[in-house]
Structure formats: structure tokens, C-alpha cells
Design a protein around this ligand. Sequence first.
Ligand SMILES: [Zn+2]
Length: 158
Amino acid sequence: MPLDKVTQVAQTKPWHGDIPVYGQYTFGIAGERFFRDIKDKGRIMGAKCAACNLVYVPPRIYCERCFGELAKWLEIPNRGVVHTFTVAHADLDGNRLKEPVVVALVKFDGVYGGLVHRLGEVEPDKVAIGMAVEMMLKPKAERTGSILDINYFRPIQA
Ligand SMILES: [Zn+2]
């Protein structure tokens, strides 16, 4: 975010390329409500920009395209698709896991962004991009108001 007002367009420099971090940011105000909805109501909420017709998940308070405030929240279906995934065989300290863990970016129909989470009830070699998955919540009594209130996403049985 520029701190100084740009007075001469010629002074600006374009910044090409992608930011290699996906969906990593401080949850802040929008995040608190997002997690409260998962914990108390078992639902995923998105924030909609009416001007851009974009729905953000996780929700944020400003639209990153038009910088408009995102005041309208709406419930997102608890079903999505595997956009990309990876199979982890070691934990963050490099220790080998007993069972490999599948971590996927789950995207939702009509939604910008998505959620990075574990997949469950599926063998790693059966996971595929485009696979339809559904959210599996922890029992309400075990939820703490974090992303881990979602236990995992599992393939939708045909
Ligand atoms: Zn917008």
C-alpha cells in the first residue's frame, strides 16, 4: 500500500509477477467473524463486493480490486473442489509422519480465493484436482474458533 500520494504517474513503477504466498494474511476483524460463524453456526461465510461482483473467501474488509468496503456477507456452500493439493510426509520439523497428510486448496463455486485445509477419508493416491469435496466440522463442543474447527474436507460420495 503506497504511503505517499502519487502526483506524477511517470514516477510509478509497475510490479509484475505473482505474490508467492496464497491466502496468508492476518485474519483481523473479518477473520474473527469468519471463525465465529464456523464455530457457532458451522458455516463458511464470504464477503461480497457488489461493485466487482466478487465474493471473497476467506472474507476481508476491503475489496482488493476496487478498495471498496465489503459490508455484505453471505454463506458459502460447504462443498467445493480441490484446486490443487500436496501430500505431506513430514511435519514442520522434518519428522516423518506415520500417515501422510493431504493438504489442498479448496475452491468454491463463484468464490474468489479458497481455503487451504486437510483432506480426509481418502487415500493420497486417490486425490485428484477437480475432485468434489465437502466440509466436515468438528462436533460443536470441540470447536475453538479456529480454522481447525473444520476437521477436514472429504470427497463427496457419488
Ligand atoms: Zn470491488
